[in-house]
Design a protein around this ligand. Structure first.
Ligand code: HEM
Length: 185
């Protein structure tokens, strides 16, 4: 999973490099980076959102996986937003409800990205850090809104939805009980 998450930002960096040295046109680079931020971005977010349920089920810490996927998601989302603005201009990013939802999700993900390090955790204290990182739920809901407004539900949307279902009390209890049984057996 961690290896997979690295691929998309590397491809974006490669596309930017190829455009800089003139191997591909700036338009191709923008199209490529936009596409990398859409479905791969949503899938990365969905996988990150499922890391805690996987931890409850397996009893194995997913903290590093979650952090890595979160950072990858933000880089993809940032590339997506930046390329959109490059192509259409800043005002266009608020030009329709689905664009406002995408921009809000990106803006809310920024403080999460900036505080994703252990250093930031220590500086803020775990309790305040956890409270801030509850914003992840808002980002998840707003991203679902972005996709629903476009009307193009893909695999990432399904993962995010599963993440919400896994957090309902009965499913969370079931996952945790199975995890506890696994650890004992
Ligand atoms: C914050 C992270 C974001 C994620 C994860 C995300 C995800 C997605 C997904 C999954 C799609 C559907 C792709 C498809 O069906 O092929 C999409 C489409 C799109 N997104 Fe986002 N998006 C994000 C942010 C943004 C931002 C900031 C903007 C621009 C302000 C934006 C503009 C668009 C546009 C223009 C489309 C294409 C709509 C269409 O096909 O009609 N997105 N996005």
């Amino acid at each position: 999973m961690i290896m997979l998450a690295t691929i998309a930002p590397l491809l974006i960096a490669g596309a930017i490099g190829a455009a800089v040295v003139g191997l591909i046109s700036p338009e191709t680079m923008i199209e490529f980076a936009l596409a990398a931020g859409e479905n791969p971005g949503m899938i990365t977010f969905g996988a990150m959102f499922l890391a805690s349920p996987v931890q409850w089920l397996t009893g194995r810490s997913q903290v590093r996986v979650r952090k890595y996927l979160g950072i990858t998601f933000f880089l993809l989302a940032l590339s997506n937003g930046a390329m959109f603005i490059l192509e259409q201009g800043l005002a266009a990013s608020l030009g329709a409800p689905f664009l406002i939802a995408g921009s809000v999700a990106l803006a809310l993900a920024l403080p999460l990205f900036l505080t994703s390090s252990r250093k930031a955790q220590r500086a803020m204290g775990m309790s305040r850090w956890r409270t801030l990182h509850k914003l992840t739920y808002v980002v998840a809901a707003v991203l679902m809104g972005h996709v629903l407004l476009i009307g193009d539900i893909g695999p990432g949307f399904v993962l995010v939805m599963l993440g919400f279902i896994a957090r309902t009390a009965p499913v969370r209890r079931w996952l945790s009980e199975r995890g506890a049984r696994r650890r004992l057996g």
